[in-house]
Design a protein around this ligand. Structure first.
Ligand code: HEM
Length: 408
């Protein structure tokens, strides 16, 4: 492998795509040391990534990597040692199959679609707060609060408690090199709150309760078994998986459009372009840079490289979605791209269950902002923007913009 750009440096975090191009070409299945000290394989080509995401020999159970798990260095947070860590993203079949079936009953694409007017109202309310001022930080004022309020509504968290979630969510978003302690504390707060809410709702459940937590409780009462612990783990993972990802879709998406005048103007002129544009934004600079952890349960081969049993394997979605073997001119933003089957929502049995809601939120947030603030522009050069960093997510710390204040 010829020496390439270094991974995980500040330059890499700002723009990882050149390094991924190098890996795809010279070391498509590459063993490296992560900033946490854990050794892991990075899979960067589209075909290999898609195959790995669907490969049942790659487990999601972090206990497969015993030493790293004990140090809390692998797996998706959720207090791994207790019930709430037993959620979809840390489980394999058959446990995963049973839980996924239950949540799929309660969280259907139709339910997401029914949520459209609510997401539109939330979006407009957030915009009302700053549209007359002429400036905003589109992360702090817009992309960050929208998903957390949307998921709280969906789950059935009473409005008076939603400000707490905004605070806890703020602790979970990594700011620069912020300590992980904030994440652990936020997870504890959410866990305690959700467990109590589920307990309360279970005691008072009526047919009129149509929120998602009530749906989860009900699914468990029809002969299938969802314990209160499992319901709490499920509510937590919906929040955890659906929050920062959507922040990044809106943030990365708006940044891309603010630096692509032609595509932004085309979108403003023709709202029909909204859906394909959001799809292309998901491919071009998606919210999830690296899929969540996988571990080889047996010796296996990916793209001709032998991987021993018991090793962490990370599928780099951001690299796969820029693979020229799959997408012609991959570094070009092209909303008219044909056959845009990106991997931003994953693939296989862990494919994102929130994709319909995420698409809806992304389309409404981006479409409404560009319609209401038609001359919105960056308040500083794009290369001065800071990215949050961290292995899994790709998102901005701030997105300062200016615009002509809205009048009436
Ligand atoms: C799984 C991306 C929004 C809930 C996933 C996975 C990806 C992903 C890549 C698979 C991870 C893996 O295989 O390692 C995204 C993106 C989003 C988004 C890019 C926003 C643009 C949401 C929302 C929700 C959600 C809004 C829920 C409200 C979940 C859940 C899983 C998941 C529960 C685990 C599914 C399973 O393991 O069976 N998501 N997601 N996501 N997502 Fe999303």
């Amino acid at each position: 492998v010829p020496a390439g750009p270094e991974l995980f440096t500040r330059e890499f975090i700002a723009d990882p795509y050149p390094a991924y191009a190098h890996l795809r070409k010279h070391a498509p299945v590459h063993r490296t040391t992560l900033p946490s000290g854990v050794e892991a394989w990075l899979v960067t080509r589209y075909a290999d990534a898609r195959q790995a995401l669907a490969d049942q020999r790659l487990s999601k159970d972090p206990r497969r990597s015993e030493a790293a798990w004990k140090q809390g260095k692998v797996g998706v947070p959720g207090e791994q040692r207790s019930g709430v860590g037993a959620h979809l993203l840390n489980l394999d079949p058959p446990d995963h199959t049973r839980l996924r079936r239950l949540v799929s009953k309660a969280f259907t694409p139709r339910r997401a679609e029914e949520f459209r007017p609510r997401v539109q109202a939330l979006t407009d309310r957030l915009l009302d707060d700053f549209a007359r001022t002429g400036e905003a930080d589109l992360i702090h004022d817009f992309a960050f609060p929208l998903p957390i309020y949307a998921i709280c509504d969906l789950l059935g968290v009473p409005e008076e408690d939603q400000a707490d979630f905004r605070t806890w969510a703020g602790m979970m978003i990594r700011h620069g090199s912020g300590p992980r302690g904030g994440v652990a504390r936020a997870v504890r707060h959410m866990r305690t709150y959700l467990a109590e809410l589920i307990h309360r709702k279970r005691a008072t459940l009526t047919d009129a309760d149509d929120d998602l937590i009530s749906g989860l409780i009900r699914a468990s009462d029809h002969g299938e078994h969802l314990t209160e612990d499992e319901a709490a783990a499920m509510a937590f993972i919906l929040l955890f998986a659906g929050f920062e990802t959507t922040v990044n879709l809106i943030g990365n998406g708006l940044l891309t459009l603010l630096t692509h005048d032609r595509e932004r103007l085309a979108l403003r002129a023709d709202p029909e372009l909204l859906a394909p544009t959001v799809e292309e934004l998901l491919r071009y600079d998606g919210p999830v840079e690296v899929a969540t952890w996988r571990f080889s349960t047996t010796e296996l081969e990916i793209g001709g490289t032998r991987i021993p049993a018991g090793e962490p394997v990370l599928v780099v979605l951001a690299a796969a979605d820029r693979d020229p073997r799959r997408f012609p001119a991959p570094d070009l933003l092209d909303p008219a791209r044909a056959d845009n089957q990106h991997l931003a929502f994953g693939h296989g049995i862990h494919y994102c269950i929130g994709a319909p809601l995420a698409r809806l939120e992304g389309q409404i947030a981006i479409g409404t902002l560009l319609r209401r603030l038609p001359d919105v522009r960056l308040a500083l050069p794009a290369d001065e923007l800071r990215w949050r960093g961290g292995l899994i997510m790709r998102g901005l710390q701030r997105l300062p913009v200016t615009f002509a204040p809205e009048t009436d």
